[in-house]
Structures are given as structure tokens and as C-alpha cells.
Design a protein around this ligand. Structure first.
Ligand code: VGL
Ligand code: ZN
Length: 217
């Protein structure tokens, strides 16, 4: 990848860079905190970002604790489809659910919160897992004339991947900044993981994988 020159119509999207998904948090992504210096290097280059935050009520249907007899990482059928059950995480209104305090907040122009309706989870920053209810992020970005999205955050194979896929469907050109993301990597079929599946899916959608050093400062 040659150097990418930024334009006025570019946006850095920070997905779930919150303590709940970092070591010491409720649903830690391995080495999730390593994205923080990468984000802080990119923020002054972009001069702007939107942040997306998981923002769950205590009785959220994605929590295994709300499904008697089920354990975290079990999969259940909910009215809108299959849902992985998670440990309780991202308690709304708390420091754990807010973008990590080490991220320079001064460049964040909008925060979109998701997963706050009890019945429906939301991995994507654009649509809840019913794939119908919007979060408002697309309307915001379109109103701002944004055409290219550069994604960083957690977890690569869940919220970042779902956001990236929806973004391509909504007509954005999407770049996934690999060193600004970390994944969970749950085993799936035939020795593969959710990371392999996410990469396969995103390549097919036309997402471009880059390093933060590919972006011209
Ligand atoms: C996420 C699982 C549950 C994520 C959020 O941010 O990738 N993963 N909720
Ligand atoms: Zn969640």
C-alpha cells in the first residue's frame, strides 16, 4: 500500500476503544490496550474522529447471565437470529463503557452509542443486529459529506468487522487500520477462527487493509 493522502471527506472511526474490551475489563480482547497509542498517533493527523461505544443496560439480552443455564460464548437463537452470549460488559454510563481516557478526546466530534436496547445487540456502528434499526451514524456521516472511513478499535472480528461490512454496503470506501485493531479469535469451523472468517468476509466486501504508517501525516 502506497502512502494515503487524507482528504476533507475522510473520517477516523474509533470503535469500542473502551476499557471493558481491554485487559482488566469485563470482556478483554487480548492486547486490546495496544491500540491506544496508534489511535493517538492518528488523531492529530485526521484532526477529527467519531467514536462508537457499546452501551448496555444490566438486563441486556447479549449477556449470558440473562439466559438461565447458558454460559458466555454459547450461541442462542434470538428473534432476529443467532446471538453469541457474552460476559456482562460495557455497563452504560460507566467509565468502562466510555472511550478510554487515554484517547485524546479533543478530536472526537460525535459519539454514537449502541446496544442500549435490551432486546437487540448491536455489533455494527451503523445497524443493530436486527440489521434494520439504524444508530444514526450513517445519517451523521452523510450529512458531513464523508466518503472514506478509516476504522480502528475492538474487536476486529466483531464490532469492527460488522461496522466495516455495513459501511461498504452504505457506499463508503472503507480502510481497516490493522495495527489500530485487535481481535478476539473465537474458534469456528475446521480450525478457523472468527478472525479468519472476518478477514475473508471483509476482503470480499472490498475493505482495504492498511497500517497506520500507510497514512501520510
Ligand atoms: C463487542 C462482543 C460484544 C465488540 C461488543 O466490541 O466487538 N463484542 N459486544
Ligand atoms: Zn456488547
Amino acid at each position: 500500500m502506497s502512502t494515503i493522502e487524507l482528504m476533507q471527506t475522510d473520517m477516523l472511526c474509533i470503535i469500542d476503544a473502551t476499557p471493558t474490551f481491554m485487559p482488566g475489563g469485563s470482556l478483554p480482547v487480548p492486547n486490546g490496550d495496544e491500540i491506544l497509542p496508534v489511535i493517538n498517533t492518528l488523531l492529530p493527523v485526521f484532526q477529527r474522529a467519531v467514536a462508537v461505544e457499546d452501551w448496555h443496560p444490566k438486563d441486556h439480552s447479549s449477556f449470558a447471565s440473562n439466559h438461565p443455564g447458558k454460559a458466555p460464548f454459547d450461541v442462542v437463537d434470538l428473534p432476529y437470529g443467532k446471538q453469541v452470549l457474552w460476559p456482562d460488559h460495557a455497563p452504560r454510563g460507566t467509565t468502562e463503557a466510555k472511550t478510554h481516557e487515554d484517547v485524546d478526546q479533543s478530536y472526537i466530534e460525535a459519539i454514537i452509542r449502541k446496544g442500549f436496547r435490551k432486546q437487540v445487540d448491536s455489533y455494527s456502528g451503523f445497524f443493530e443486529n436486527d440489521q434494520t434499526t439504524t444508530t444514526g451514524l450513517d445519517a451523521y456521516l452523510k450529512a458531513r459529506g464523508i466518503k472514506r472511513l478509516f476504522l480502528v478499535g475492538l474487536a476486529t472480528d466483531f464490532c469492527v468487522a460488522y461496522t466495516a461490512e455495513d459501511a461498504t454496503k452504505l457506499g463508503y470506501q472503507v480502510f481497516l487500520v490493522e495495527d489500530g485493531c485487535r481481535g478476539i479469535g473465537m474458534p469456528t469451523s475446521e480450525g478457523k477462527t472468527t478472525m479468519d472468517d472476518a478477514y475473508e468476509k471483509l476482503k470480499a466486501c472490498g475493505v482495504t487493509f492498511i497500517q497506520s504508517s500507510d497514512i501520510s501525516s
